[in-house]
Design a protein around this ligand. Structure first.
Ligand code: 4AD
Ligand code: MG
Length: 454
């Protein structure tokens, strides 16, 4: 018998006979003649209160049961006379799976800093805050799949080991079987240099040009040395790609995805959001509610630069046409100016990768970034250059070796179509949904420069 999940017991509509709960003790309080155990099994934020009375068989097994111990409680689910919970379990028997030495167990009942909890990333999901974050992360992933599936997108698994640098930014981790120091293409396992992928986009385009609408959702890797609260060396990315979609269709798809994920989590995780609103990010629920109503702004890069220049704000980095927007600029636009998620489009071609479709003005490409309050860039995408001659010219200008991309060029050679797509950083979405401000705290086991514990 598997027993019951606390989540289901707390939602029970009437008292039940005998139930069985397996979980971890959050707190133990002793009184004369009885003890309270607050048991949490991870199924939801709430604990179930179990009362152990002197004289029961359960009472005989209480020795050493403290915060962190794992137990199985069998007993009756009855209406609770106390405040704060509807149901409680009157324990008949108590089985202990594993004790937790109170003098050593690091998660005692007090508030711990995020920095400390990162050093015990194997234990932190047992806290209320991290439990909430990772249940929301799970729901957010389901929301992504639901969204694309409902719109006829097929889920494609693109490779993690690759020979091409999609973003052309040279931030790839090498993959090799050779010991440190050895080199030479002839030693390579694959017969050529290999790396961990920074994006599944190029392979995704091949499938979009066959299945029509596809998305990927998997890990990506970037050897960026920027130690910021928004960058990780390993993160998950969602990349839809749709044949016959232009940049405007792409923006709609991106805005719809964010609004859908927000609505999904508002509906499915009210308790988790309530906790995060109270203790992590005041105003979170209200800001998500506003986003779910779907007021998204759009502005061209050219106008965005003008807004920034005329804002009167002091920025660390100056803004001018041709510069890449910094996080401070992105946050100004989303937080202060539009007070909503905003899509900036038509960026200068000089700061964007080779695959973006060149606009007729000769200066810009059909790029789009969706910026959100508190984080900045959540999504980056574009319409793709479907004209072979333009693509080849641009790759030559950027010094990219066409022979590595022969198959990518083939997509333009045989039945080329207008198409577009984007990449959404999944952790940044989870940051948006939880109000957590550091990417290290929404990744189960974060990988960042200098950090590979666990
Ligand atoms: O803007 P990026 O670099 O775009 C691409 O990789 C395109 N190939 C996507 C596409 O069009 N199919 O990355 C997309 C998103 C960013 O907007 C950001 O949210 C996230 O991925 N991202 C990171 N998240 C965490 N850590 C990092 N180091 C990230 N780099 C990018
Ligand atoms: Mg980007």
């Amino acid at each position: 018998m598997q027993g019951s999940r606390v989540k289901d017991l707390l939602a029970a509509s009437h008292a039940q006979g005998s139930v069985e709960v397996r979980g971890w003790v959050r707190t133990r309080r002793d009184s004369r003649g009885f003890a309270f155990l607050e048991v949490n099994d991870g199924s939801c934020l709430n604990n179930i209160q179990c009362i152990v009375d002197e004289g029961t068989e359960a009472w005989d097994h209480l020795e050493g049961v403290n915060t962190g111990a794992s137990v199985c409680v069998r007993g009756a689910l009855v209406e609770s006379p106390g405040r704060g919970q509807k149901w409680e379990v009157h324990a008949a028997s108590l089985e202990v799976f594993g004790l937790a030495d109170p003098s050593a167990y690091p998660l005692q009942k007090k508030r711990h800093s995020d920095e400390f909890l990162r050093t015990i990333a194997h234990l932190r999901p047992r806290t209320n805050k991290y439990g909430a974050v990772f249940r929301i992360r799970s729901e957010a992933a389901w929301a992504v799949h639901d969204y694309f599936r409902a719109r006829g997108f097929y889920y494609v698994h693109t490779p993690l080991i690759t020979g091409s640098d999609c973003e052309g930014a040279g931030e790839m981790f090498r993959v090799t079987t050779q010991p440190r120091g050895a080199s030479g293409a002839e030693d390579e396992f694959f017969g050529r240099p290999a790396a961990l992928t920074v994006s599944g986009q190029l392979e995704g385009e091949a499938f979009a040009c066959a299945l029509g609408r596809i998305y990927t959702f998997g890990p990506t890797f970037r050897a960026e040395h920027s130690n910021t609260p928004r960058h990780a060396a390993e993160f998950w990315m969602i990349e839809p790609e749709a044949a016959f979609n232009d940049i405007w269709d792409n923006m709609e798809l991106a805005e719809g995805l964010v609004a859908h994920a927000v609505r999904h989590v508002l509906t499915r995780c009210p308790d988790e959001l309530g906790l995060l609103d109270a203790y992590v990010s005041p105003g979170l629920v209200e800001s998500l509610q506003r986003m779910s109503e779907g007021a998204f702004a759009r502005v061209s890069y050219r106008d965005a630069v003008r807004l920034l220049q005329e804002s009167g704000s002091k920025f660390e980095y100056p803004v001018d046409f041709g510069c890449d927007l910094q996080t401070e600029h992105e946050r100004f636009l989303a937080e202060d100016h539009f007070k909503a998620p905003v899509t900036v489009y038509d960026y200068p071609r000089g700061i964007k990768p080779f695959y973006m479709r060149q606009n007729d003005d000769g200066e810009t490409v059909a790029a789009m970034d969706l910026l959100v309050p508190r984080i900045g860039e959540l999504i980056g995408g574009s319409q793709r250059e479907e004209r072979l001659d333009r693509l080849e010219r641009r790759m030559a200008e950027l010094g990219q070796d066409m022979k590595d991309y022969w198959w990518y060029a083939d997509l333009r050679r045989y039945g080329s179509v207008p198409h577009s797509g984007f990449g959404m950083g999944f952790e940044r979405l989870v940051m948006l949904l939880t109000g957590v401000s550091n990417i290290r705290d929404v990744l189960p086991f974060p990988r960042t420069p200098g950090n590979l514990e666990f």
